[in-house]
Design a binder for this molecule. Sequence first.
Ligand code: SMG
Ligand code: MG
Length: 370
Amino acid sequence: MRVRSLELHRLAVPLVRPFETSFGRQTGRQVLMVRVRTDVGDGWGECVAGTDPVYSSEYVDGCEDVIRHYLGPAMLAADDVTAEGVAALFAFVIGHRMAKAAVETAVLDAQLRAVDTSFASYFGAERTEVDCGVSVGISPTIPALLDEVSLYVSQGYRRIKLKIKPGWDLEPVAAVRDLLGTDALLQVDANTAYTLLDLDHLRRLDEYNLLLIEQPFVEDDIRSHVSLAGAISTPVCLDESIVNTELALDAIDRGATSIINIKAGRMGGYLEALALHDACVEQGVPVWCGGMLETGVGRAANVALAALPGFTLPGDTSASDRYFAEDLTEPFVLHDGRLTVPTGPGSGVTVREELLGAWAQRPVEVLRAG
Ligand code: SMG
Ligand code: MG
């Protein structure tokens, strides 16, 4: 296909409640949406980068800049663009995976819509619905945390993930385990807030029968994760560290991680995410689908990915109303703790143009060839 233009939409999307992690608190999301207009039709991709470079080195203004100056011009100059060729087209730019993923996903959406194929069928999804977990932020108090967890349990979520940090770990985990009972699926995510000096403290999490502990240490510190994994019985799962398949396989070989959180945005796109899924299936390593507070556009693709056979644990694929009073697309609604995998062409969801206008932070920027 030929890409005629790329549109950069910057939206300010309010959250229904603040979301706090070890690196900060957010009350809304600044979202970059990319629309490609091609000779076979249009496609959308959502950039998962946050406002500030605190989850990863990427941030939304930086993504926009690299698309504007590098990725966009390269794509507009190409005679024949395919989703499968996007990674090679962008290989001259080092890193910037969240920016690359947004553009690649928009191209894949246009390409699949043109041939009436869903993300799910292109990915090789085997399920029509996926088990959903929910990520619960750091609360002001334990009673407030228990209220929030109780709400999600009553809504049917099949797994709870608690954000932890030093000073907010054993006590909230114990209280939630008490509330849920011994067998309910419970896991924690530290978003790199600890160091190896905390090893003895982290071992105390073993008492709570957790599914896993996600990313306790900084992303490039594989060695400390190996040490921790050898010292605790709770499985260690990497998130931030997993930026491509090679690094993931290396971390698995070294014993740093025995479960992988797959996030397409963090890895440069869904094609790399599929490659990692396949490699993990081959190695017998369970994977689950992470989330980045995506609107319906990103969520649709995540739910399709989570329907692949290797995704054996519930993902951070929560319903639209977990974060948004109104979603950018038709809402994703939980049924018996599951979301239905979209079956329509491409992502299978439709962007609500009126919300693009209502949430716009500034006028749409259009990149054209020449
Ligand atoms: O989409 O439900 C979601 C977010 C899940 O906790 C979540 N994501 O480290 O896994 C993670 C965090 C990163 C996002 S914080 C901006
Ligand atoms: Mg995480």
